[in-house]
Design a protein around this ligand. Structure first.
Ligand SMILES: [Zn+2]
Length: 100
């Protein structure tokens, strides 16, 4: 459940997927597992997709409750403002699940 994010103690930057160095202040970031709950900020449908994917792919930018934003794909039509849960998959990509 959930996904890994990184947080900078220095400037408060939150990143998902996590990084070890803060891109803002170069401070070391702490990585921990967070809830994937969040809100769809914006979304798009991609018709030209990488090999191994069936078009179209729905892609959404999700603002996490934990802070930060993550780009993830969905198997359903996304709407701005939609309440969702982002799951980190084994291959390191992210998937959006509907929340009832
Ligand atoms: Zn920072």
């Amino acid at each position: 459940m959930g996904l890994n994010i990184s947080v900078c103690d220095e400037c408060g930057e939150v990143l998902a997927p996590p990084r070890f160095k803060c891109p803002e202040c170069r401070n070391e970031m702490k990585v921990f597992e967070a809830s994937g709950m969040g809100i769809v900020v914006t979304h798009t449908t991609v018709h030209v997709v990488p090999e191994g994917f069936d078009p179209p792919i729905m892609v959404g930018l999700v603002k996490l409750d934990a802070g930060g934003q993550v780009l993830a794909r969905a198997d359903f039509e996304l709407e701005t403002g939609m309440r969702v849960n982002v799951e980190e998959l084994e291959d390191g990509t992210h998937r959006i699940d509907l929340v009832e």
